[in-house]
Ligand binder design. Structure first.
Ligand SMILES: Cc1cc2nc3c(=O)[nH]c(=O)nc-3n(C[C@H](O)[C@H](O)[C@H](O)COP(=O)(O)OP(=O)(O)OC[C@H]3O[C@@H](n4cnc5c(N)ncnc54)[C@H](O)[C@@H]3O)c2cc1C
Length: 404
């Protein structure tokens, strides 16, 4: 596409924003990232993350790190309450398990530290208020979160990476909304060193799924936040999926934080009402013993409502505004494929900007990938919740063994 350096504004400085900022910097363009949250608020929602093949491809091509950033696994194990394995599901390809913070810190350090490509700007506490197209350039109006002072940037291209509740998308595609899936996820991380020897033996180097009365739990083993994979320095990540009716009293209570504010999607770390957490921990006592131990040793849990959608379009304003990552399509998290989607879109744009493809093809590929991945993730969710294997997964998953 363009051969000269152009001005690119990226709205949202989380994983999708950083991945896109990096590829455009490497293409020789001037990149300016505007992120609404403060650095500490960003970290407060940090969680475990499966880094898919497209994420690793970009890390290998652009970052070329030799530091470990993930553990690996090639099996999902389903256990019953006695700890007996009732199904072992090969993942097909090896899955890489890491954390949001590890990836974020690696990507951001590269964006700001790589001296072989044009310098990039990354600003936190800058909220984009408006994105306007005059048929030539796109004007991005944003304000400082603390002072409220507004500023304007003229861009040749805007990348909307502002997440599932994207205000940029809401302006251009007002009918596309995330839809509640009927369940929430409770999440936490526990340092390996604080877990008993007995539970570590069960949980280490495994991805374990345990079906509960109204949902299921999953746990896995990842490097420490500093990337250490030394013995005793990993951490265990846990997620507990549970059905919860959207307008119920329990839903309202769950999403009302410690200050009385009702949260739309996530009650972040440090904001959960202690009464809510005490109840959750008490119900955790009925789960498998090692998982119950993780719950009891979690000091900063958080909870999210699960929603999904796939946008029918990713290319807006004659190709001057592109929707990427969760701003484009939000998956239910069972497959752990969201960051992979963002990386795949970023990689596809390299071809477009090198003149090896066009935006119409890129948009078509984005919609096809999102539609297919969303359906597979929903099917995996159905299996994990119920034990029934949907047709879509019948070659990948054999029926569970009956519990002895
Ligand atoms: C339970 C659970 C498990 C998950 N597990 C995985 C997994 O294993 N693997 C995986 O790949 N993904 C997983 N995810 C999803 C993953 O966390 C992200 O959704 C994914 O990385 C895509 O991020 P994003 O950058 O598109 O959006 P986000 O991370 O939501 O980032 C959007 C950013 O835009 C900023 N922003 C919003 N509005 C504005 C504005 N107006 N101006 C400026 N900035 C703005 C926000 O502050 C935010 O930082 C999981 C999610 C959940 C809930």
């Amino acid at each position: 596409m363009q051969e000269q350096a152009v001005n690119i504004v990226v709205v949202g400085g989380s994983l999708a924003g950083l991945l896109h900022a990096i590829i455009f910097k490497h293409l020789g363009h001037k990149v300016h990232v505007l992120e609404k949250s403060s650095q500490s608020t960003l970290q407060s929602q940090a969680a475990g993350l499966g880094a898919g093949p497209e994420v690793r491809k970009l890390i290998d091509e652009y970052i070329k790190t030799d530091k470990p950033y993930a553990t690996t696994s090639s099996l999902l194990e389903i256990v019953n309450s006695q700890g007996d394995i009732i199904n072992s599901i090969p993942t097909g390809e090896v899955i890489y398990l890491t954390t949001w913070s590890l990836l974020y810190n690696m990507l951001k350090a590269h964006l700001l530290g790589d001296r072989t490509t044009p310098p990039a700007t990354y600003e936190t506490e800058k909220t984009v208020r408006d994105v306007n197209y005059d048929g030539n350039k796109v004007t991005v109006t944003y304000s400082d979160t603390n002072t409220g002072i507004s500023n304007v940037l003229q861009a040749d291209l805007v990348i909307a990476a502002d997440g599932a509740h994207s205000s940029v998308r809401a302006t251009v595609l007002p009918d596309v909304h995330p839809k509640y899936a009927g369940y929430v996820t409770w999440r936490g991380a526990v340092p390996e060193a604080s877990v008993s020897e007995a539970s570590r033996e069960v949980l280490e180097n495994r991805v374990i799924i345990f079906r509960t009365e109204k949902g299921y739990t999953i746990s896995y083993h990842v490097p420490s936040e500093s990337g250490s994979i030394a013995a005793g320095e990993h951490q265990f990540i846990w997620i507990w999926y549970e059905m919860l009716e959207e307008n119920s009293e329990e839903f309202r209570e769950t999403f009302t934080d410690i200050t009385g504010v009702t949260r739309l999607t996530t009650v972040p770390r440090g904001k959960m009402n202690p009464t809510v957490w005490v109840k959750r921990q008490a119900s955790g006592a009925t789960l498998s013993a090692p998982f119950a131990e993780l719950l009891s040793k979690t000091s900063d849990p958080f909870v999210s409502a699960i929603r999904d959608f796939v946008s029918p379009k990713a290319v807006i304003y004659d190709g001057k505004l592109l929707l990427v990552g969760d701003a484009f399509a939000l998956f239910r998290p069972h497959l752990g494929a969201s960051t992979n989607q963002a990386a795949k879109q970023a990689d596809g744009l390299v071809d477009v900007f090198m003149g090896k493809g066009n935006l119409a093809e890129w948009e078509k590929a984005s919609v096809e990938y999102a539609t297919r991945t969303s359906a597979t993730s929903n099917a995996l969710g159905e299996y994990c919740f119920t034990g029934n294997v949907p047709g879509r997964l019948s070659t990948a998953i054999q029926p569970d063994k009956k519990s002895p």
